[in-house]
Design a protein around this ligand. Structure first.
Ligand SMILES: CC(C)(COP(=O)(O)OP(=O)(O)OC[C@H]1O[C@@H](n2cnc3c(N)ncnc32)[C@H](O)[C@@H]1OP(=O)(O)O)[C@@H](O)C(=O)NCCC(=O)NCCS
Length: 85
């Protein structure tokens, strides 16, 4: 995980779990720990066609909402503590 802390939010630049360790809850735990910081989180999901649906489900389940998808497929997700705008 690589993050950039700003005054008002956290930007998640990179989240990767080793392939052999995926599907065991590690990614979810890492994201929940980041959410406990209590600041809004923003990230851009990479446009991998095959994994897009599962990746979006992963973030939606954690309470993120989709802000926008660019013409080349990059999707920006945002999360706010308590679900506030
Ligand atoms: C996305 C990722 C961080 C999730 O970590 P994880 O430890 O496997 O996640 P968890 O075990 O907590 O949750 C599993 C969920 O993630 C989903 N998922 C999303 N992308 C996945 C991927 N590339 N490979 C496997 N599972 C993935 C699984 O489908 C599963 O959801 P489901 O139960 O609804 O099918 C990890 O799969 C990964 O490193 N992927 C490749 C890099 C990547 O796409 N990073 C995000 C860039 S924005």
């Amino acid at each position: 995980m690589h993050i950039t802390r700003r005054a008002a939010k956290v930007e998640l630049d990179l989240l990767i779990v080793a392939p052999e360790c995926r599907g065991r809850g590690l990614g979810t735990r890492a994201m929940r720990a980041l959410q406990k910081v209590g600041k809004p989180i923003q990230l851009t999901a990479v446009p991998d066609e095959r994994k897009r649906a599962t990746l979006h489900r992963f973030y939606m389940r954690l309470g993120f909402r989709r802000l926008r998808t660019s013409c080349c497929g990059f999707t920006v997700f945002h999360w706010t503590p308590g679900g506030a705008k």
